[in-house]
Design a protein around this ligand. Sequence first.
Ligand code: ADP
Ligand code: MG
Length: 696
Amino acid sequence: MTPFFDTSIEYLKGVGPQRAALLQKELKIFTYGDLIQHYPFRYEDRTRFYSIKEVREDMPFVQLRGTITTFETVGTSYKKRLVGHFKDETGTLELVWFQGIPWVLQKVKPGVPYVVFGKPSRYGKTFTIAHPEVEPESEKTTRGGWQAVYPLSEKLRARHIDSKFISRLQQEVLRAGKPHIREVLPDSIIRNHRFPGKQEAMVTIHFPETSEVLAAAQQRLKFEELFYLQLRLLKMKLVRVEKFKGQVFRDTAILTQFYNTHLPFPLTEAQKRVIREIYNDMKSGRQMNRLLQGDVGSGKTIVAFICMLLVIGGDAQAALMAPTEILAQQHFQNLQKYAAPMKVSIALLTGSTKRSARKEIHEQLESGQLKILIGTHALLEEEVKFNRLGLAIVDEQHRFGVAQRSKLWQKNTEIYPHVLVMTATPIPRTLAMTLYGDLDVSVIDELPKGRKPIKTTHQFDSHRLQVNAFLRSQIDAGRQVYIVYPLIEESEKLDLKHLMDGYESISRAFPDLAISILHGQMKTEAKDYEMARFQRGETKIMVATTVIEVGVDVPNASVMVIESAERFGLSQLHQLRGRVGRGAEQSYCILMTSYKLSAEARLRMNTMVKTNNGFEIAETDLELRGPGDLMGTQQSGLLDLLIADLGKDGKILSDAREEASALLEADPELVKPENSPIKAHLSSLRKSTVNWAKIS
Ligand code: ADP
Ligand code: MG
């Protein structure tokens, strides 16, 4: 952008201080540049004119030509409305306004030929169009018959700032500004992809002549946006690799000893590959920043432990942070089993660790005696000081804030520890490339041998008796069952009531069985007690809310019943399902829903029934919910794109990443003269709200 586009929107013809304030407040449009980057979200084809006698009530919109014969005001107070009787050669209909009546009377005059646009509805025999767009035929601004439709707010509409109005502003800016629009993509990319130039694309996106040129302009602008996003991420990665030295761990003696004598099962090829990738990082002298993705049950824990051994072999310490107390405990129990025969000291630190134990942990940690510390965000507290932290592992990262995570690795002030972020929520490739574009990614894409794929069915509530009979048969065969209730209401009390109602009806259906219950409002000791009973097989059914969503590992549990499954998102359903299928037995997931399902809910159920593949599910989830919802608001700042859509533009994104990476490979500092416009544009792009440096 050139200085022309930094001009305040206030100075644009037709805007002025009041509208400028509105545009700033409602749409964050401060400058000419912001305006032309306020892209339409759809277009209406207005090539076609209808005659009044052709109007039907099921039309989404119609465009008519005619004149208003008379106006009349009907009703009083809040029922007051203005009716304009509108006619053409074939008939009449009514144009109706409920608001802004004085403004309409001032602008719209009887007898003048108008083009009218809006959604028709029918009252008795008469058709009406409420709040139509009305434009003198002589001033019609749309070119080629396509009208861009812009994101707007109610406030703006009430002040008569509609898509037509925005179009007029765009026309005004582009008329003077077009020559000031600079090309920011390299020639070679434009040629290879047959993209239109930037000037042409910017005009077309607001005023398309045909659907073909519009598609080309959209492709180009999306590509440009994603190209710069990737360029920025890849540059950060380059900088980090240069800037942050890593501790060197290459002594594999302890690791090998474990591998040869205590490994409880042969590793999968994927596990071995990931361990090699991590080892290569840790001996390289550069700080590792790696995302480890692996579906539930893929065996990330043992991988984490083996990496910890590598660090311990180098006389340093390792930490693992989990998002919940239950998870931290489970990690602790599992890792303790691996650590015991190796005589490696390991401790658990959570909010409920007793004062005295806490003090001991702090001391042993600082002296270096304690090698592995597992815990919740309690690890982040000031008093937790490591002697030498070599590896910080964060499990289920999306539950932690970015700032929280970075705190953990700032525990070593001299030299950052290596960082491994583990997630069981498969992140679609497009999102991973964006959210973690500056991290290296490892994937465990293979489940341990002998696992049978979980069989998933969708049942309506009316089949509850059959479902209960099935549960009974599984329990008789020695298995255990989870029954999960969603958090439905805003109020925790009501949620608890749902759960308790469910618990009661299950108790009635299985009067002879011991049943556990688990929910978020229970005290830690009570939770532990119930979990332990279920784990030991003393209770056969676990009735729970989504507190069991992550990590809980009871291999003998073979059935997961999800109540009101339509209320869960796909990734959550997948997480829950992952609680079963951990043993050798055939496992089942039963999705219970009511009859009434939205099309989207049906798609979610079908997806779950169809596939066990977490990545496939994540892709569908992304399409359904969009990236912002998927990742939660925490990271949505990174996903604030103007025109590209990570849910839909995966192909463009990978193309853009490839090109960005090729460009940086050839010219990492962007010092070549032909790349100077790119360098300039990159540094001019507005800073993201998130502190990027903290992510890695
Ligand atoms: P997640 O990736 O979900 O954290 P875990 O590490 O909890 O998975 O592993 C799930 C289960 O699979 C555990 O009971 C673990 O002992 C077992 N497991 C892990 N790797 C293997 C393997 N290579 N062969 C057999 N079982 C394995
Ligand atoms: Mg796990």
